[in-house]
Design a protein around this ligand. Sequence first.
Ligand SMILES: [Zn+2]
Length: 52
Amino acid sequence: MSTRSASRQSRCLKCGFEADSGSDEWNRVDAPPFRSLTQCPECGSTDVLSRS
Ligand SMILES: [Zn+2]
């Protein structure tokens, strides 16, 4: 069990929107053959940078 408080953030490269990587704030788009893409809810861009 991890108790780390550091959360992974993802940032939209287009508009700069930021939220936790696993947050419901992000939209998810199924895009085979990729597992899924994270889509920005603000501008709809899938150019989202995940930081770990
Ligand atoms: Zn955006």
